[in-house]
Write a protein that binds this ligand. Structure first.
Ligand code: HEC
Length: 211
């Protein structure tokens, strides 16, 4: 073989090698970003109706009345000098994938969302007897555990309030730690959640068969 054609062959072999290597790198990058995208998508999928604005405010969640029901503490105004901090009924829901995980592991996973919807006392008597009966929706509070987004919050939990009077806010800024985290962190039985008032969660904790 002449020196020039040997050189041509060498160039051709090198080019082919470079092309194959580039293709391999390209394909593996593609699949890596597909995995990353999937992980992000999975979190969103487990937190349906939870979306943030570009500047980190939480948009008012939707669809949570279809989630797993946790319980209804009641702090009626008329037992709290007419002015309970979180007035009246608190209907609490958890996102179903986190409920399932709590059942399996006994811990609230990253991506747990608890919603507390406030409802006024509408009537104090019914044909069943005297008591407290639900009236109208009045407020909305949200609690989210996210190690990445809320890495600086105690317990990685963030608290949001959309108000105690309709119309509610469309978006809420994260609450200062002293407003919410401190009391929850100190007094709640499990992580930052008041499971002592939620038989649904106590009953589920760690009892589902592992995957
Ligand atoms: C002084 C203590 C205290 C403070 C401060 C407090 N909470 Fe709570 N929170 C409770 C208690 C007790 C419960 C459970 C019983 C109830 O709902 O009354 C609760 C329940 C909740 C729940 C339902 C999930 C759970 O952890 O049980 C949410 C959501 C919530 N609070 C949001 C907030 C937000 C948002 C703030 C701040 C604006 C806040 N809380 C401040 C005591 C507190």
């Amino acid at each position: 073989m002449k020196t020039s054609s040997r050189r041509n062959l060498l160039v051709a072999v090198t080019m082919t090698f470079v092309m194959i290597t580039t293709a391999v790198i390209f394909i593996s990058e593609q699949s890596r970003s597909a995995v990353a995208q999937n992980t992000a998508t999975n979190k969103t999928a487990s937190m349906p109706g939870i979306r943030f604005t570009g500047d980190g405010r939480l948009l008012r969640p939707s669809g949570y009345r279809r989630w797993t029901y946790v319980g209804t503490p009641l702090t009626p105004n008329d037992m709290n000098s007419g002015n309970a901090p979180f007035p009246e009924f608190h209907s609490v829901y958890i996102n179903p994938p986190s409920y399932d995980q709590y059942g399996k592991t006994g811990e609230f996973p990253d991506g747990t969302v608890l919603i507390k919807e406030l409802v006024s006392v509408g009537s104090k008597e019914a044909t069943s007897g005297n008591g407290y009966f639900m009236g109208e929706f009045t407020g909305l509070e949200v609690l989210i555990k996210d190690k990445t987004r809320f890495k600086d919050e105690p317990g990685n939990w963030a608290f949001f309030s959309f108000g105690h009077e309709y119309p509610l806010k469309d978006a809420a800024t994260i609450q200062p730690t002293a407003n919410c985290n401190d009391c929850h962190g100190g007094a709640a039985d499990d992580d930052y959640v008041f499971t002592q008032y939620y038989p649904v969660l106590r009953e589920a904790k760690g009892k589902a068969a592992a995957e």
